[in-house]
Design a protein around this ligand. Sequence first.
Ligand code: MLT
Length: 218
Amino acid sequence: MPLTDDLGLVHKFVPAKAGVPHPVTLLLLHGTGGDENDLLPLGKELWPGAALLGLRGKVLENGMPRFFRRIAEGVFDVEDLKFRTEELAQFIKAASERYDFSMERLIAVGYSNGANIAASLILLHPHYLAAAVLFRVMMPFTPDIVRDFSNLSVFIGAGERDPIVPRSQPEELAGIFESGGAKVTLFWHRGAHELGADDVDAAKKWLPEVKIRKRAGA
Ligand code: MLT
């Protein structure tokens, strides 16, 4: 399990388990204060045997890693977010060559800050992912144009009593993805911002329904 930052972001890659047919790769994006190891157990739970690619955000807020700068809680530095999203896109491209996976079989799994940059990636570069599981996601920004999301499936796990993410935000984001043709499932967790067992169960049941190409271009 090498820990390298020579592709531009500190990350950890765990290859798919031998014998798993047509393995997918899960791109794991942590919440504020997390790192590349944080979501590895979640990835193993969501898709046993999948290849795992855990990332560490390179922006530090009081020593806590994030994927992009914010001005205050829930108020994003959109210029930095877009810049970091481009960096993430470049990383994915380089990592797909280094670790030999197809972006057509890449599924982002993000929590909070990590879900927000995954949503930004979808809005700007929808063809970099096959699907995304976004826990406690917010509207990263309002896009100028709605791109073609018809090859994408998105699971949004929102908190009914989330003090950080107003109810309207995951709903608005789901609407934007749907208007571009994505297949969207919006799941409401009974609690707040924390990730619950109900979220994980719902995402685990949803993932096998996602249509993912058996191999690149197929
Ligand atoms: C953010 O991106 O700032 C999140 O929505 C909140 C957090 O990560 O703490």
